[in-house]
Design a protein around this ligand. Structure first.
Ligand code: FE2
Length: 221
């Protein structure tokens, strides 16, 4: 399992959360009265550490001709976010700093079914909603449970994925299915249909979006 900045992993702030297995899709975690500032400070510290780890990770795996993906990143967390939980977080067995983020789902049960929603979620670190504001790019984490198919979809944004833990199979319309272990890089040009399916192990992957359509929902195919 990928573990970002070691300095962040021991924060007591995250030890008190309920076990992942009890987590529901509650929209927001409740904070005791007077704890909002502490929560935001912890979130900012965690986001800062995640930003450092993510940039280091991308710098280590991107080919030189993709180094432009690391240009013009925002430097600091500026936005308070309220952590939220999803059922898929029962599969997050390390990297507790990811619990400082707001975990979301793009799709509803009518589109994808309950089994998928119980095993799917994403959390934005950089972008329109995450703790590090940017209008030019998005970066965050995708978590899929085992034996889960994230079916063919496409979007206007150009996309990178870097698997952090778990070897999943990745589909590109122009290349078929391929197993990609942690450390590999997936690139999806705008509007290229793609899909992901997990086997016995869950997948935690980093994603980066840039270009057009950063606010647009992916189109299922
Ligand atoms: Fe995508």
């Amino acid at each position: 399992m990928w573990v970002p900045a070691a300095a962040l992993t021991g924060r007591a702030r995250f030890v008190d959360h309920p076990p992942f297995a009890q987590a529901k899709a509650a929209p927001h975690a409740k904070s005791p009265e007077g704890e909002a500032d502490l929560l935001n400070t912890a979130t900012a510290d965690a986001a800062r550490g995640l930003l450092i780890s993510v940039r280091r990770r991308l710098g280590g795996v991107l080919a030189p001709d993709r180094a432009d993906w690391l240009h013009d990143w925002p430097p600091e967390p500026t936005r308070a976010v309220r952590p939220s939980r999803l059922p898929v977080l029962r599969h997050l067995t390390a990297s507790p700093e990811l619990l400082c983020l707001e975990w979301r789902q793009t799709y509803g049960v009518a589109e994808m079914g309950q089994a998928f929603l119980d095993n799917y979620g994403w959390a934005e670190l950089i972008g329109r909603r995450g703790p590090i504001a940017s209008m030019n790019m998005l970066c965050g984490f995708l978590l899929l449970g085992p034996k889960t198919l994230y079916r063919r979809h496409r979007h206007a944004a150009e996309e990178l994925y870097v698997p952090l833990s778990g070897t999943a199979e990745w589909f590109r319309e122009d290349g078929g299915w391929h197993a990609v272990p942690p450390g590999g890089v997936l690139h999806h040009p705008p509007w290229l249909p793609h899909a992901t399916r997990t086997g016995a192990e869950p997948l935690l992957a980093l994603y980066v979006w840039r270009g057009a359509g950063l606010d647009a929902k992916s189109e299922l195919l």
